[in-house]
Ligand binder design. Structure first.
Ligand code: HEC
Ligand code: HEC
Length: 242
């Protein structure tokens, strides 16, 4: 790992691997960045730095850390990191499961965990993503696995919305993201990514809090998507092999 990735530069530049992990798998509160193109990584670092990705929740700690770090990074830190992460092979660590119910859960250390002996609660039209082993998550183990509970029928519905561009309300995702949603040039991969991250981005793109880079190309895609469409698209895309 180059220094920017493995060590960072204290006090402001945290090591990228602290959050995105050495294999680039990331965690739901940040994101996987393995195999994104170096050009896209550079563009997004600039977007965070320039205030183009504040997030829809201005107090969210991980987002604000990413923004502070992008401001403090030198051009060579970014180049080293972009070269490193773009050369990694992406892997999925999330299993997407359709369900009517979800274990009763609580917020713990930037994630959700089941309440011991808490029984279950209705899932409703939500995606609930949790690490399978909270201790591994807390130790920032690069191979921490996740389970994402998604509504029944959402994977097939998401596949249909992605392929047809929501029957004309949106645009077919593969047009720009590649036939297997593997990404191309400066269009990011979607397949196998955390559904929580995908939902956050579609929400921010639709609400206009995410701009910069080539975000304008996503405007006609998200303008008429409902929350239900976004849940289904995220469920489907997260279930695709990267
Ligand atoms: C303190 C944790 C933290 C550290 C350290 C960190 N990031 Fe991030 N990064 C985040 C979060 C959180 C997001 C997602 C923001 C969001 O949800 O919109 C993110 C998103 C990104 C993205 C956007 C990916 C995409 O698909 O659009 C890139 C690229 C990125 N980080 C690169 C880096 C690089 C390079 C470094 C090291 C120089 C780094 N990050 C260090 C937390 C971190
Ligand atoms: C016209 C081209 C185009 C189409 C069609 C398109 N996208 Fe995108 N998408 C982009 C580009 C370009 C970006 C990167 C935006 C940026 O630079 O910030 C992006 C980014 C995204 C992101 C954020 C990913 C990340 O790494 O942060 C998500 C999620 C996304 N698109 C989902 C979709 C879905 C779902 C569809 C289909 C319903 C779709 N896109 C259709 C061009 C497109």
């Amino acid at each position: 790992m180059p220094d920017a990735v493995g060590k960072g530069r204290p006090p402001q530049v945290y090591a990228c691997a602290y959050c995105h992990l050495p294999n680039g798998a990331g965690r739901p509160e940040n994101t996987s960045i393995a195999g994104l193109s170096a050009a896209y990584i550079r563009e997004q670092m600039a977007a965070f730095k320039n205030g183009d990705r504040p997030g829809s929740q201005p107090k969210r700690g991980p987002q604000n850390s990413m923004i502070a770090l992008a401001k403090a990074c030198s051009a060579s830190d970014i180049d080293e990191a972009a070269r490193y992460f773009s050369a990694l092979r992406p892997t999925s660590f999330v299993r997407v499961v359709e369900s009517e119910a979800v274990p009763r859960f609580q917020v713990a250390g930037w994630t959700l965990t089941p309440v011991a002996g808490g029984g279950s609660e209705p899932l409703g039209n939500r995606v609930v993503e949790m690490p399978l082993d909270f201790a591994r998550f807390e130790h920032r183990d690069s191979r921490t696995r996740y389970i994402a509970y998604v509504p029944r029928g959402s994977i097939a519905l998401g596949a249909e919305l992605a392929a047809t561009g929501a029957h004309g309300r949106s645009v077919a995702c593969a047009t720009c993201h590649g036939v297997r949603f593997e990404g191309m040039v400066d269009v990011p991969r979607l397949a196998g990514r955390s559904p929580s991250y995908l939902i956050r981005q579609l929400h921010d793109l639709r609400g206009g809090t995410r701009h910069g880079g080539s975000a304008d190309l996503m405007k006609p895609v998200v303008a008429n998507l409902t929350d239900g469409d976004i849940v289904a698209l995220a469920a489907y895309l997260a279930s695709c092999a990267p």
